[in-house]
Design a protein around this ligand. Sequence first.
Ligand code: ADP
Length: 278
Amino acid sequence: MSLVTESVDGAGPAVVRLQHLTTGYAETEVLRDLSFRVVAGELVAVIGPNGSGKSTLIKTLVGLLPPWEGTADVLDGVPATARPRVGYMPQAEHVDWQFPITVREVVSMGLYERRWGRSRWTKRWRALRGRDPRIDAAMAQTRVAELAARQVGELSGGQQRRVLLARTLVRQPEILLLDEPAAGLDTTSEHELLELLRGLAQDGATIIVATHDIVSVMEFFSRVLCINGTLIADGPPREVLVEETLVETFGHDLVVFHRGDHGYAAEPHVAHGRHEHD
Ligand code: ADP
């Protein structure tokens, strides 16, 4: 079945569609009865507390986890079929920043789907590095071109994250699935990254971002999905991020505050592994 012929409320072709998706790991059900559609060019945030299933949702859309019930469609088929046209950026904590490798080399690896730290691939991609114009294009898009010859271990956290984004972009994917891309960054670096994502979406990319930073969702995203094992709410942040929905999504682990002319906003107590008792 082709999704590209469908439209959602006349807004354009649906490129991601979940219908009554239930999935999880081994015996553990994580997501239940999730249904939503995303159309081309949307920039969508997925928020929820730790353990609510954000990564699980992203992994399902990348084809790493099969649906137990219901369906997940990406572009014109199942997620695994769409994989070459999808850019996936896992959580940055899985990266070994001490591995001796330059920015250009990291970005070039996105063309070959290799991870650094695996020496058997080193010779091959070192030989190929720098020959594909998409590498320079991706570095320019993410504003790391002037860092091309630097070792990634020497970069700031924000620069490292933009390098990972360049690596994800290098194959020029139509859909980006990003798992907590700004986690652990300072506010300035986070906003630079989100500004980049907004520009990419304006240029036609469809982007789904797992995050628990509600304030940045208010500022940068036009749509937010609140999940906590299932879909709690879906819509524009100003309509969705109200106290009732936030309490339903995050429970009472919530700090509520006001922020300039963005009005009401909130963020969870438990973020980046911080707990109230820490
Ligand atoms: P989030 O991204 O919202 O923090 P996750 O999708 O990572 O949530 O996790 C949802 C639930 O699934 C958690 O209870 C977590 O412990 C569990 N989980 C995540 N990965 C695995 C795994 N590989 N095997 C078993 N359980 C997992």
